[in-house]
Design a binder for this molecule. Structure first.
Ligand code: FEO
Ligand code: CA
Ligand code: CA
Ligand code: CA
Length: 606
């Protein structure tokens, strides 16, 4: 029966039961440790974290807030068992950071701390060879923080365009900062990718713009209203669209970082389009060109892929590395359009399986624009190529892309090439004036989300057509409107709101959740995608109160998760904490990266 430590190879652990404990709960026989927390010093000269005496200067040398995407890259230092940990720091939650925070009147110091707590982190970690535990190597020469004020370079078809020029940057190529980095990816050429997601929230006065073209663009990207939530516009006018209308066009891209070169300027790749990028995970074509799958996390928005026209150079020579940093500058951006194969009448919005037993069908990748070394070509009537790359959502609207239930992380399986799209939820599906359920998004008022499995034609990631089916329709397995790839539902864990996804070396899919609607905490799950255990979903861990599970990262000996926004519950504050994780009562709640190991030192799930 379910509960035993059997399962597919890599998933042989006793599943964790749903719970509301204010801790990270792991399977029997497993241990955990905090690898690094918000505020831990990583750069030379950075002080120890002091919740009561925070400064922007200190934060700039410390681990950032709200860790999300994680990557671990090899370091050519095998004797010392070191790896390079790269993290996203998506956003700040000021009421949980600052005592007596006044949201109407933030101080300059608080705003500058928030700028320094956003962005990316690079920190070398050391493995204890016996326990497998990871600890940060402070002051390592590769350690780095990139924040809301660090320099980034716009590259690709939009670099230098009038659409991205500002008074501070008349070249349209030099951007200060990256914002709201959610999920990401690791490239085969040894760099990391980082999605800029809900960048709209940082910009003020979108609602005051009256010029119709600009107003429509801002509205499509959710940039409205007057003051922004964090009031950054009071301290830097670039966050006010009335004063600096193009600054907002310089956010919403996929960022590429070379963690091995601490002096490098990270790039914002405009050829992958501009929207609320969740993550970005590449797969190579047979001839070595990267294809990057990306999702736009908004209700009724689209998912995309970028097919590079340039081939990766192998090896780590200086020339190869320099070439590979340009791979994402030239190629074609596509958006997905899906068609179901069951009669519309069988998709009634209740989530009941259609008569053919599957939510499935075919799809096409619609080309939006192509970037070349000599310029860019639009494939969308009425839009220039630059407009397609900057106002990509509007290009998707024009070509009739399929409106999805919030596309979050998308990853191709390194084993099979099949692509898994986490669609987290969509409470507005089927609401008045909104798109109704369809075969890929089969539930109205969708609370729990689904995972779509996509097979490119001939298993070629550059193909323009694909087949798809739903792999999971999430929720309580006792709910008839759920589906676990056909696996018996009395033998699976309940799951709600899939968000980030990752693969282990066995080819199992790992899924982390955000916003569980089943009354228990978020967590991490593993599921086989092949064989007779396909669909056997098992919960591996749960996270503390108010937290979302991010990362995740599964290596042979450990599972890493980023515990994001612990204690984030309506009404919570430093004075009224709703979680005491990870440091216990009386200590400020701190987002942190946690590693989980097998207590006996063995491999995960075998
Ligand atoms: Fe930042 Fe779409 O989750
Ligand atoms: Ca069907
Ligand atoms: Ca996410
Ligand atoms: Ca999310």
């Amino acid at each position: 029966t379910f509960g035993r430590a059997d399962g597919a190879r890599g998933l042989r652990f006793a599943p964790v039961a749903p719970n509301t404990a204010d801790q990270v709960t792991v399977p029997a026989g497993y241990s955990q440790s905090v690898v690094i927390r918000w505020g831990d010093p990583i750069l030379r000269g950075a002080p120890a974290f002091d919740a009561k005496n925070q400064t922007a200067a200190a934060q700039a040398g410390q681990f950032g807030y709200n860790n999300d995407f994680l990557a671990l890259l090899p370091l050519d230092d095998s004797y010392a068992r070191r790896q390079v940990l790269v993290s996203n720091h998506e956003y700040t939650d000021e009421v949980l950071m600052f005592a007596n925070y006044d949201a109407d009147n933030p101080t300059r110091e608080q705003v500058e701390i928030a700028w320094a707590a956003h962005g990316l982190g690079v920190v070398v970690v050391q493995e204890d060879h016996r326990s497998g535990k990871l600890t940060p190597v402070r002051r390592h020469e590769l350690n780095r923080r990139l924040t809301a004020t660090s320099e980034f370079r716009l590259t690709g078809p939009v670099a230098g365009s009038d659409l991205v020029k500002t008074s501070a940057d008349p070249t349209g190529t030099k951007v200060l900062g990256t914002l709201n980095n959610c999920s990401g990816g690791t490239t085969p050429w040894g760099t990391t990718l980082h999605g800029e997601e809900n960048f709209n929230q940082y910009f003020a006065n979108g609602g005051a713009v009256t010029e119709p073209v600009q107003a429509a663009r801002l509205k499509r990207y959710g940039i409205g209203g007057a003051a922004s939530e964090r009031k950054w516009e009071r301290f830097d006018k670039r966050f006010d669209v009335l004063q600096e209308p193009n600054e907002v066009n310089r956010f919403g891209y996929v960022v590429e970082l070379d963690p091995y070169d601490p002096t490098s300027t990270p790039r914002k790749h405009t050829a992958l389009g501009r929207f609320k990028h969740e993550g970005a995970q590449p797969r190579l074509t047979e001839d070595g060109r990267p294809v990057v799958y990306t999702g736009d996390d908004e209700r009724f928005d689209y998912f995309y892929k970028f097919v590079s026209s340039k081939r990766m150079k192998k090896g780590t020579s200086r020339a190869a590395r320099a070439h590979n940093l340009t791979l994402l500058d030239e190629g074609t951006l596509y958006v997905a359009k899906l068609t179901g194969d069951s009669p519309v009448a069988e998709i009634d919005g209740s989530g009941k399986l259609p008569a053919d037993g599957e939510f499935d069908g075919t799809g096409v990748w619609i080309p939006l624009a192509t970037a070349t070394a000599d310029g860019a070509v639009s494939h969308v009537e009425g839009m220039t190529a630059e407009e397609v790359f900057v106002f990509t959502r509007q290009a998707g609207d024009k070509v009739g892309a399929t409106k999805m239930d919030r596309p979050e992380d998308i990853e191709p399986s390194p084993r099979t090439g099949r692509v898994y799209v986490a669609l987290t939820n969509n409470k507005d599906r089927g609401a008045a004036g909104k798109a109704a359920a369809d075969e890929a998004n089969p539930r109205n008022a969708n609370k729990h989300g689904q995972i779509l499995e996509l097979a490119e034609h001939w298993n070629d990631p550059a193909a323009t057509g694909f087949a798809w089916r739903l792999f999971l329709v999430a929720g309580d397995p006792n709910d008839p409107a759920t589906y676990f790839a056909g696996f018996p539902k009395d033998k699976v864990s309940p799951i709600s709101c899939p968000d980030n996804v990752a693969f282990d070396a066995h080819g199992n899919l790992w899924i982390s959740t955000d916003g569980n609607q089943l009354g228990s905490h978020d967590g991490l799950f593993g599921v086989a995608t092949r064989g007779d255990r396909r669909g056997e979903l098992k919960q591996f861990l749960t996270v503390p109160r108010g937290a979302e599970t991010c990362g995740p990262l599964v290596q042979d000996r450990r599972v890493l998760v980023a515990v994001q926004h612990p204690g984030e519950i309506d009404g919570a504050s430093v004075e009224n904490p709703q979680s005491v994780w990870p440091d216990g009562p009386g200590k400020i709640v701190r987002p942190a990266v946690v590693a989980v190991y097998r207590t006996d030192g063995g491999n995960i799930g075998v």
